[in-house]
Design a protein around this ligand. Structure first.
Ligand SMILES: [Zn+2]
Length: 144
């Protein structure tokens, strides 16, 4: 018996990989399990692109740009029309309850007049231009 144990252990030392195979296929622990299942790459798969890595607002911005909206957060400069008045204000879409807006009051002004625009409120800049805070999802789209 001792001789058989020595023979077995000598065989296990010579072939150490056999031990894990025996453990994996023992009936007490269920059927054999491939420890690397799902961890190895598929030959056709590659690294995710920027969209695949992006999360949260960055992902939302990329998706909106893919759908054709080049200015998803309304960051582009808006030229104020000549007929701007209290009853025809510039629409400012707000994702938050309020939004910071900069007004270049005159064409050759060297500074920007910053002010907070609140949702549902009209506000007049010192220069006389009117702005109206609107929730971003009002009207279904931010395009105007
Ligand atoms: Zn102004």
């Amino acid at each position: 018996m001792a001789f058989r144990l020595c023979q077995l252990s000598a065989r296990l030392i010579r072939h150490p990989i056999l031990l894990s195979n025996v453990r994996a296929s023992s009936a007490a622990h269920g059927p054999p399990v491939n420890q690397h299942e799902g961890k190895t790459g598929v030959p056709t798969a590659s690294m995710p692109d920027g969209l695949g890595h992006a999360v949260g607002l960055e992902r939302q911005e990329l998706l909106m740009k893919l759908s054709g909206n080049e200015d998803p957060f309304e960051m582009k400069v808006t030229k104020i029309p000549a007929d701007n008045k209290r009853t025809n204000p510039i629409t400012v879409y707000c994702m938050e309850p309020s939004r910071m807006v900069g007004c270049v009051c005159e064409e050759d002004a060297l500074y920007i007049n910053w002010m907070m625009i609140h949702r549902g409120e009209k506000r007049r800049c010192e220069c006389g231009y009117w702005f109206n805070g609107v929730a971003y999802d009002e009207g279904g789209s931010s395009h105007h």
